[in-house]
Ligand binder design. Structure first.
Ligand SMILES: Cc1cc2nc3c(=O)[nH]c(=O)nc-3n(C[C@H](O)[C@H](O)[C@H](O)COP(=O)(O)OP(=O)(O)OC[C@H]3O[C@@H](n4cnc5c(N)ncnc54)[C@H](O)[C@@H]3O)c2cc1C
Length: 393
């Protein structure tokens, strides 16, 4: 390994590898010396990403399933939504890691190093990356490592903090059970005792599906509670079917209005560490793609990719804070909020809104669809920066 690289990517998860993929596709980076560092070898299938987009992007070749329709189910409302112009897509973590890293292995200007990064520091010119036995220098660090646990960093410093936590079973049934043309985005017909809770069912064929139990609450559950909720749901929804669990995944994603640092000097943060998780939904895939596209465009144009939040990002940050305030203070439950939104708006407007791509007119329609008596006071408090009174969770 050399001691200096043009660019160092610290963290080879979704953000690091999305950026690397975009670098490999742009001739500007053909001769740049690029080092990618991750503590893990990235050889396990530790997560499944789903997201919606209206045109194919860089990971289209590894999309394993697409849905043009999704269903929304709540106790008082049920609908099958035509997503057009969007398509809901699924990618397996291991496929993305293998795809990007095998392409990178064929490039002589890219080096992968499996080692923990201890710290990253910006310098007068360039930046440094500290490993156990070596300090490397570089022109720019693109960092997606959170050097402090997210709960310590954000939970106490933010007004709103919930975990989106979930466990998923990939199951294979003995006989055909699923309609794989329609994915279940949210099924709220499960116990809401803990807070906003729903099932998420992504059928990949008539006999295979990812069935995920998801909650937006302050603390995570005992493992067996997720298992029971999933098995009860399968029994309730599909009857006494024979099935095997072929894979399991667990995740917890921060839902918060904490201002994650975009970086400093020659360090550009991205991914969860850079604040690309949408506070009110936990979705990050789309925002990480947008961020890595913007970084590439800036670097190629000779501009500094370290940018302050623009008006649109601040606007959507405020909307997220308002929804989080309503959810965290239990002013209205998630099932009711999403029922209002999905029943009173066309799906394309809702999905544009959730991707932070809606127009002001779209936003006004979405706002008009939720109860003003609950959302207006929360919006005023969020706008004025009124702190929540809370106990620590
Ligand atoms: C199970 C799960 C499922 C998800 N599903 C979706 C989804 O369907 N749709 C969606 O939009 N979002 C989803 N998310 C949210 C988000 O897209 C993911 O968390 C995504 O992986 C975030 O990308 P990232 O690069 O910020 O972090 P990661 O992908 O976690 O990458 C961070 C990398 O840093 C490495 N690292 C950490 N510390 C060090 C260190 N000190 N030294 C060296 N390396 C280090 C890690 O090994 C890791 O490879 C999901 C999250 C999880 C956990």
């Amino acid at each position: 390994m050399k001691s200096h690289y043009d660019y160092i990517i610290t963290g080879a998860g979704l953000a690091g590898l999305s950026l690397l993929m975009r670098m490999m596709q742009h001739p500007f980076f053909d001769t740049a010396q690029i080092l990618v560092i991750d503590a893990a070898q990235k050889n396990t299938n530790d997560r499944t990403w789903c997201f919606w987009e209206n045109e194919p992007d860089i990971f289209e070749p590894i999309v394993i399933k697409k849905w043009k329709h999704v269903s929304f189910i709540a106790p008082s409302y049920k609908s099958e939504l035509n997503l057009s112009p969007f398509v809901y897509k699924m990618i397996r973590g291991i496929d993305l890691y293998t795809h990007v890293l095998s392409l990178a292995a064929s490039k002589s200007n890219i080096t992968f190093c499996t080692e923990p990064v201890l710290s990253v520091q910006t310098k007068q010119t360039g930046a440094s990356v500290e490993l156990k036995n070596q300090t490397l220098t570089t022109n720019k660090v693109f960092n997606s490592i959170l050097f402090e646990p997210v709960n310590l960093l954000a939970q106490k410093a933010s007004d709103y903090f919930l975990w989106q936590h979930f466990k998923g079973f990939e199951i294979k049934t003995a006989s055909p059970v699923f309609n794989d043309a329609v994915a279940t985005l949210m099924d709220f017909t499960v116990d809401q005792e803990q807070g906003t809770t729903f099932m998420y069912v992504m059928p990949t064929s008539s006999t295979t599906a990812l069935v995920e139990y998801t909650l937006f609450t302050p603390s995570i559950l005992e493992d067996k509670k997720y298992d029971k909720a999933i098995t009860d749901y399968i029994q309730k929804t599909y009857g006494s079917i024979d099935y095997e669990v072929t894979h399991q995944e667990f995740g917890q994603i921060p839902m918060t209005n904490f201002s994650f640092s975009g970086g400093a000097g020659n360090i550009i943060n991205m991914g969860v560490a850079g604040g690309q998780v949408k506070g009110s939904s936990g979705y990050a895939f789309h925002f990480i793609q947008e961020k890595t596209k913007a970084i590439i465009a800036d670097v190629v144009a000779g501009k500094n990719p370290l940018r302050a939040l623009d008006f649109s990002q601040k606007k959507f940050g405020l909307y997220d804070a308002v929804l989080l305030r309503v959810l965290q203070d239990k002013k209205l439950d998630g099932a009711t909020i999403f029922t209002h939104i999905f029943s009173k708006n066309p799906p394309d407007r809702v999905f544009r809104f959730l991707n932070n791509e809606s127009s002001l007119i779209d936003d006004l329609h979405i706002m008009a669809s939720v109860p003003t008596r609950v959302f207006l006071p929360a919006a005023i408090k969020a706008l004025l920066g009124v702190k929540r009174r809370r106990g620590l969770n």
